[in-house]
Design a binder for this molecule. Sequence first.
Ligand SMILES: NC(=O)c1ccc[n+]([C@@H]2O[C@H](COP(=O)([O-])OP(=O)(O)OC[C@H]3O[C@@H](n4cnc5c(N)ncnc54)[C@H](O)[C@@H]3O)[C@@H](O)[C@H]2O)c1
Length: 309
Amino acid sequence: MRVLVTGGAGFIGSHISRVLLEANHEVTVLDNLSRGRQDLVPDGAAFVEADLADEGATEQALRGHDAVIHLASFLEVAVSVEKPVLFAENNIVNSVKLLEAMRRADVGKIVFSSSATVYGVPKRLPLREGDELGMQANPYGATKVAVETFLGVYHTLYDFDCLVLRYFNPYGPNELCEPETHAVPNIVRAMLEKRSIPVYWKGQQLRDYIYVEDLARAHIAPLDQSGYHVYNVGTEVGTKVIDVIETVATILKQEPQIDDLGERPGDVDASYASSEKLRTELGWEAQVDLEEGLRRTIEHYRERLGISN
Ligand SMILES: NC(=O)c1ccc[n+]([C@@H]2O[C@H](COP(=O)([O-])OP(=O)(O)OC[C@H]3O[C@@H](n4cnc5c(N)ncnc54)[C@H](O)[C@@H]3O)[C@@H](O)[C@H]2O)c1
C-alpha cells in the first residue's frame, strides 16, 4: 500500500514509517519540521517538507496514495492551556484541511493518532472503546475529541474509512519534547545526568506505558480495515510512576533522588487500557515489557546524551 504519514519526522511517526517499510508498504513522510527532524525519516521513505496548513501542497503530496496515517499535531498539554488558538488551528483546522485535501486527491482512508485523554477522568478501569468520552481538562484533549468527531463526519458524508487509535502512554527512543513533559524520558534523563527527578503526586499515578515499536506495529493491520473503528493501544497493565523510577534505578544500579513537586491539578489518578478489541479483531499484542523497553530507552539516551556510565 502507498501510505502518507503526516508528522512522520517526529517521535512516533518515524517509528511507524520504519515499521511500514519493513512490512513492504511504500511510505511518504509529510512534515513541516516544526518539531520533527529529517534525519529521523527512515531511508527508503520519500520526504515532503510541507505544512498541513497549505492544502495545495498536501493535495499534491497525497496524489497516488492509498491511505494516510495522521500524526502531525502539537502535543504539549501545558502549552495548549496557554495557546488554545494555536492548538485549535494546528490540530483541528489543519486536520480538516488534510481531510479536504484527501477528498480532492481521492484518498479515502485515514488512521488517526488519538489519545486516552479523550476519556477524561475514567469512571472505570480498564478503559474500553465503548466508554463515554469525558469532559476535557485542556485544549489538547479537546483537539483530539474534535478530530475524532470530524472523522465521523467524513465517514458519514464521504464514506471515508477512519481508524482511530487511542494511544495510552508511548515511550522509547527519539522522543522530542523540549522541555520534556513526559514521565519516562524525564526519569531516564535525570538519572543518567545524576539529577533529581521531578515527580508529581509522589509518583502514585498509574499509567499504561506502551513501547513505541509496539505502538508503531499497531498501525499496520488497521490499514486493511474499512468503516469507522476505534481501537485503544495500550499494554493493559497499569504501572505507578514510582515503579518506573524504581525499575530504571535497578537497571542503572543507582539510588534515585526525588524532587517532590506536590500535586498538579487536572491530572488523572489512574488510566490503563483494555486493548482486547485490537487483540481479538486485529491480532495485535504488545511484545516489549516495561523493563525491556526501559533498557532500550536508557541505551538510546546514553548515546544521545553522550553518557557512558
Ligand atoms: N507522545 C505521546 O505521548 C502521545 C500520546 C498520545 C497521542 N499522541 C499523538 O501522536 C502524534 C505524534 O506524537 P509525537 O509524540 O510523535 O509528536 P512529535 O512532536 O514528535 O511529532 C509530531 C510531528 O508533527 C509535525 N507537525 C506538527 N504540525 C505540523 C503541520 N502543521 N504540518 C506538518 N507537520 C506538522 C512535527 O514537526 C513533528 O515532526 C500526535 O498527534 C500526538 O498528539 C502522542
